[in-house]
Design a protein around this ligand. Structure first.
Ligand code: TXA
Ligand code: MG
Length: 350
């Protein structure tokens, strides 16, 4: 398949390009598009055949449900059985934005989207290209992250091209995304909202809006690989580059010492060593490829660059990657969740 690639202005998306993309969605094809979190791979959410193509293009296990994207709150009632009170509060506080809510599904949502579950994940994104596309297509758009299953999620169009060129009808290039980590997924079907996947909307932010919020215990633990997390996607090894990633956690000065010691050991075994460093530590290392993922005093920069950095180590041909750990506070919780998964939970505490 010849994939059409179009670059467009993310603040003022070119109407004719959006129309062409919307027509592809309407006629059952796949379009990758930017959202504020990561790039998504979109199809008509109300059409089984289109939805199945998403799973094929990504090589995604069919037991992992998809998020349905809408362009306005008015589209929600027909997709869900009812809107719980706390869901309404969270929608009012964070939509449009990087928050996905789990509702009891209505009959028009095909089971291929929900992987057989009676609930459905819904998100109203902020990104203008995403919203123009959904609005113009006139249907809700099912969209997982637009990467090959298991690889780091795409935060730039070039990542999508790398994974999906030739497998989908169109890629909309709206430049690098804002947040860089996938949306926070919150189950609002019970009395107390439960975070199933941490993201840009933090636990602290959710609690300020709605009171007590729980975290699915399968997050941030080895258990995620064995027990059954409530977001099926969280059980897969994920975000992984080809290089073997190890996280070093503890007081920063000790972390640097240990990373330098490990670097020498690995290099002595003729392995190419990548080091995921920060603005604060970049001059402390002597690896084969040192990449600054961000600034410790501005963790949003780390979130924004994390997936691109993981992909960059592969491009640089590294065999192993040694990564500094980060604080688990606020956005750090989501960063460490993704980093731990990329590392297959290989963490050295110092
Ligand atoms: O930021 C995002 O959410 C991006 C952009 C494109 O919107 N999308 C995204 O989709 O990350 P995906 O498919 O890569 O991740 C969806 C997550 C998975 O962990 C999946 O298991 C969970 O949401 N999920 C979907 N439907 C669910 C449901 N009914 N119950 C529990 N978890 C669900
Ligand atoms: Mg994904």
């Amino acid at each position: 398949m010849n994939t059409i690639i179009k670059t467009l202005n993310s603040e003022n998306p070119d109407e004719w390009i959006i129309k062409e993309a919307a027509q592809i969605i309407q006629s059952g094809g796949l379009v990758a598009f930017p959202t504020e979190t990561v790039y998504g791979l979109g199809a008509n959410a109300l059409d089984e055949t289109s939805v199945k193509k998403i799973f094929e293009a990504k090589g995604r296990p069919s037991d992992n449900p998809l998020i349905v994207h809408i362009a306005s709150k008015e589209e929600l009632p027909k997709l869900v059985e009812y809107i719980p009170k706390k869901a309404q509060i969270l929608m009012d506080a964070f939509w449009p934005g990087p928050l996905t809510l789990i509702f009891p599904k209505s009959n028009i949502i095909p089971y291929s989207i929900t992987a057989g579950l009676s609930t459905v994940a819904i998100r109203l994104p902020q990104n203008k290209i995403a919203r123009a596309l959904i609005e113009t297509a006139g249907v809700p758009i099912a969209a997982p992250s637009a990467n090959t299953s298991g690889k780091p999620s795409p935060t730039k169009a070039s990542h999508v091209i790398e994974d999906l060129n030739g497998k989908i009808e169109m890629i909309l290039d709206g430049g690098p995304v804002l947040v860089g980590l996938e949306s926070t997924v919150v189950d609002v079907t019970g009395d107390i909202p439960v975070i199933l996947r941490p993201g840009g909307i933090t636990k602290e932010m959710l609690e300020e809006a709605v009171g007590e919020v729980l975290v699915d215990p399968a997050i941030l633990s080895q258990k995620a690989l064995t027990s059954t997390p409530k977001a099926p996607g969280m059980k897969y090894k994920h975000y992984a580059p080809k290089a073997k990633v190890t996280i070093v956690e503890g007081e920063l000065s000790k972390v640097i010492t240990v990373i330098n010691k490990l670097t020498k050991e690995k290099q002595a075994q003729h392995l190419k060593v990548g080091i995921m460093a920060t603005e604060q530590t970049k001059d402390s290392y002597a690896g084969d490829c040192i990449i600054v993922v961000g600034d410790r005093s501005n963790p949003e920069t780390i979130a924004a660059n994390l997936f691109d950095t993981l992909r960059a180590f592969d491009e640089a041909g590294m065999d192993v990657v040694l990564a500094e750990a980060f604080s688990y506070e606020e956005i750090g919780f989501a960063i460490m969740n993704r980093l731990q998964k990329a590392a297959g939970y290989d963490i050295i505490e110092v």
